[in-house]
Design a protein around this ligand. Structure first.
Ligand code: GLN
Length: 588
């Protein structure tokens, strides 16, 4: 199938005769795809992605094909170089695209693998326009924000619609209305709605209702002003979703309705909820899904029988939320421990597994710069398992190694992700193979034994060039290992990767002879991808980021394994299900 980037290259309807310029991919059928466009006002971080993905899920349940796209205002080409401390975690798609964490929310809600076509930045748009200009594609015209840059945005959306054969494309515009960097996206949406015609687009404005403690009542003025600002761009919202701490009262919603020409019935409260997985039910209960379907006039495309089945499956999961009968605490060691968004996928994966196993998972954040061999026990005394997550650079790595040593020696369940896998190899080499100067060349380029190293040769044979190993890769699983049992005895599984360094194959033998088992490796190449210690209740590491593919309806076995074994550790005599059996049952 052609991807939308190929389609972009094919369109050629530039004319010097008229002022019109709106490139449309060859074969695009107007009216086939509808667009739901989600914008934010008042402030960013309102959860546009969560709202949009929940609504998209309700549409998908009804048999509609949906394709989400996030339009980012920043000039970076992708999110690969962004600091997770500032912008949340970098989410990696199967095709290797490094993108915004919202794409993770879409994948989890929709249980759908997305691609780079579902993600755009201003940098991508401008770069494409500038390439075309150098290529002479604009036939002597002066290249302008309108119509050329906005034309590129519309082309991107229509190409996505065509490529995915979507009934509804969900467009989420990053930032808030009024940001200079997003203005051309909003203008492009105004043009798109006009060109596609009535009922083709549904504009949703997400806004925020303030409730200052000193007043004790909800105030809608900031929301009104934000919506007015959207209307000044020539866009009339069809639906207003009011974010707030508490359910938004009638009075505030009436005021917003009066000031925005949006009927009261289409001004919804989208207040805080304990879990994002209960938000689809909140939207469904207030009839938002059918309101959108009516606005887009796609009643004839929906399949209510399918919806009953899909909704049943979803509720089987969400009904367990809040009904957990026990709780455990997982220690998360990490550099960005002050910002939860930097570890969003890990927290989601723990939540999925915990809900499925009926156990609430509390997190204890551990700043490893302060940890060493003599105080590790103190730091870890009240946790039932630990995760050492992915990361770059040297800060806190010796503390992580101290935590891993403690976990290994004290039967504390351990899951190491990417950097956490590498640190486990270093700890094992130092403590059990007598390689005292073992390290990673990322941490100490001059170390005596770089058990973790950059191996350009391996990258070359994998056809990836010398840099980051990115995206979905197959993993061959060794029979009869814990990884094999957890993954339903599969021979091959697939996970996502984002790393430069890896285990130097010359140490594999030594490590394995001392009791480490590499239970997952790259097919054909000696790239180690999963490790475990069979004599330990649960000690597993993976070079991949399994958290990226954990979904409420498709649990990630390694997280299930960690949670289940932490439960067994905390409640050894309570007759809780055997961890591996429980994990296997849930994962099968
Ligand atoms: N810094 C390590 C590497 O590049 C680990 C990367 C990660 O944890 N994502 O290999």
């Amino acid at each position: 199938m052609e991807n939308s980037r190929d389609l972009l290259a094919k369109v050629s309807d530039v004319s010097t005769e008229t002022e019109y310029f709106s490139p449309i991919p060859n074969g695009y059928k107007k009216g086939k795809c509808r667009y739901v466009i989600v914008t934010g006002t008042v402030m960013s971080g309102l959860g546009k992605g969560i709202f949009s993905s929940c609504l998209a899920k309700l549409m998908q349940d009804k048999g509609l094909k949906v394709a989400p796209i996030k339009l980012e205002g920043y000039l970076n080409i992708d999110s690969g170089t962004l600091n997770p401390f500032r912008h949340g975690e970098v989410f990696v798609l199967d095709d290797g695209m490094e993108c915004d964490m919202d794409l993770g929310t879409y994948e989890r809600m929709l249980d759908q693998d997305l691609t780079g076509d579902n993600f755009s930045t201003s940098g991508q748009i401008y770069s494409s326009v500038l390439n075309k200009e150098r290529h002479g594609d604009y036939l002597g015209r002066d290249v302008q924000m309108i119509p050329h840059v906005t034309g590129e945005v519309k082309l991107k959306l229509r190409s996505l619609a065509m490529e995915t054969d979507a009934d509804v494309v969900f467009v989420e515009i990053g930032g808030t209305v009024g940001d200079l960097e997003n203005a051309f996206y909003i203008e492009a949406m105004r043009e798109l709605a006009y060109e596609e015609g009535p009922s083709s687009c549904c504009f949703v404005a997400l806004t925020y209702i303030l409730e200052p403690k000193t007043l004790g009542e909800q105030k809608s003025k900031a929301a009104q002003l934000g919506i007015k600002q959207l209307m000044q761009t020539g866009i009339q919202p069809d639906i207003i979703a009011c974010r707030a701490e508490n359910p938004v009262g009638e009075q505030a919603r009436q005021k917003i309705s009066v000031f925005s020409n949006v009927p009261f019935g289409r001004v919804f409260s989208m207040h805080d909820s304990a879990s994002i997985y209960t938000i689809p039910a909140m939207l469904r209960d207030c009839g938002l899904d059918f309101e959108v379907i009516r606005l887009l006039k796609i009643e004839d495309r929906i399949n209510l029988r399918k919806e009953r089945g899909e909704w049943g499956k979803w509720c089987d999961f969400t009904d367990k939320i809040g009904k957990e009968t026990c709780d455990i605490t997982i220690g998360m060691t990490g550099k960005y421990t002050s910002v939860r968004d930097s570890y969003a996928s890990i927290l989601n994966a723990l939540e999925h597994s915990g809900i499925a196993l009926g156990c609430r998972v509390n997190i204890k954040w551990i700043e490893t710069t302060d940890v060493n061999d003599s105080n590790a026990a103190q730091h870890l005394k009240d946790v039932d398992g630990i995760i050492v997550p992915g990361g770059f650079g040297t800060r806190g790595t010796e503390g992580k190694i101290a935590c891993i040593k403690y976990a290994r020696e004290n039967d504390l369940p351990y899951l190491g992700l990417c950097l956490g896998f590498q640190m486990a190899v270093i700890e094992f080499a130092r403590s059990l193979c007598g390689i005292k100067d073992a390290n990673s060349s990322e941490i100490d380029p001059n170390c005596g034994s770089a058990v973790i190293d950059i191996l350009p040769e391996q990258k070359k044979i994998e056809g990836l060039g010398g840099n980051m190993r990115l995206g979905g890769r197959d993993i061959e699983i060794k029979k009869d290992t814990i990884a094999w049992k957890l993954h339903g005895k599969s021979k091959t599984i697939r996970k996502r990767f984002r790393h430069r360094y890896e285990v130097d194959p010359q140490y594999i033998d030594t490590l394995e002879k001392a009791g480490l088992v590499f239970s997952g490796k790259a097919p054909k190449y000696p790239i180690m991808q999963i490790l475990e210690i069979p004599s330990h209740p649960f000690f597993m590491g993976t070079q991949s980021h399994p958290c990226l593919t954990s979904r409420p309806l498709k649990l990630e076995p390694m997280f299930v394994g960690l949670v289940a074994s932490a439960m067994r550790k905390k409640f050894p005599d309570d007759n809780l299900p055997d961890c591996i059996k429980a994990a296997q049952k849930v994962c099968s």
